[in-house]
Design a protein around this ligand. Sequence first.
Ligand SMILES: [Zn+2]
Length: 280
Amino acid sequence: MPGRQIEAVERYGKFMLLRLSAAQGENRVVGNGEAAPASLLVHLGMTGQIAPIPAAQPREKHTHVCMLLDDGRELRYVDARRFGRIAYLTKALLAEELTGFGADPLEVSKEEFAERICGRRARIKALLLDQSVLRGVGNIYADESLWRAKIHPARLGARLSRKEAETLRRVLQDILRKAIVLRGSSISDFLDAEGEPGEYQRHHRAYGREEKNCYRCKTPIRRAIVAGRSSYFCPKCQPSPRGSAMLPLLRHGKNRKEKDNAETRRTLRPRRSKRRSAEK
Ligand SMILES: [Zn+2]
C-alpha cells in the first residue's frame, strides 16, 4: 500500500472501514488499477486492537499487522485470540462485500425498521443479530434493547405490534448512541483506538446480570439460549410468548462466547476461487 493516504475512517456495522487514496508519487503505476483508491475493511473480532504506535516502540505479543506511516509511527493490529479480520479491497470488491449488509440501526426509519422486523417469522433476538437485517447490532446491545423495550427475546418478529417495533427502534438507537459516546462495552480486554477501555458495561441492565435483580421489578434476570446465543432477560418485564419452548439454561461459565465472530469468518472469507480466476 505504499503511497496511499488513509482519507477517512468510517464505521460500517461491526466493521471499521479505512478509505485509502490512490497511490501517490513514485508509487503511482500509470494505467494499472492497483493504484486506484481502495479500502481496508477491519473487524476487531473479540480481542483485536488497531492503533498508531511509534515505530521504535517494541512490538507487543500478538501483533499481526504493521503498516509503516510516513510520520514514523506504525499502524499496528494486535489480536490475542485472532478472531479479527482485515481485508484489502478494491472499489469493486468493497461494493460487493457491502451489498450483504442490512440497514444502519442508527439511521433506519420507523417504516423500514417495522418492515424488516414485523414481516418476519423469526425470533426477534435472531432478527436483531442478523447482519443482513440490521448491521452492527451484537449480542449485548440486542439484549439491552429488548430489556428496555420489555420484549422477550424469543418472540417472533411477526408477532410484535407496530408500537412495540417502534419502541424497540427508539431504545436501540438510544443505547447505541450512548455506547458509542462511552466507547463501547469492555467485557474482557477491549480497548479503543486510543487505548482506552469502554465504559458502557456499567450501564448494562440485562446482559451479564444472570440471577441479579431486574432494575425495574427486582425479579432475578434469567439467561437462556435464544437464536443460538446467550440471552439475558427479565421473566416478568419481558413476558415469554405463549407456547414458546426455550432451551434449558446453560451452566455458569460454559460456552459464554459461543458463536462469537462466526460472522467475521463468513464475511471476510478468503476469496481464493475468485482471485484464481481473475489471474488467469
Ligand atoms: Zn423486570
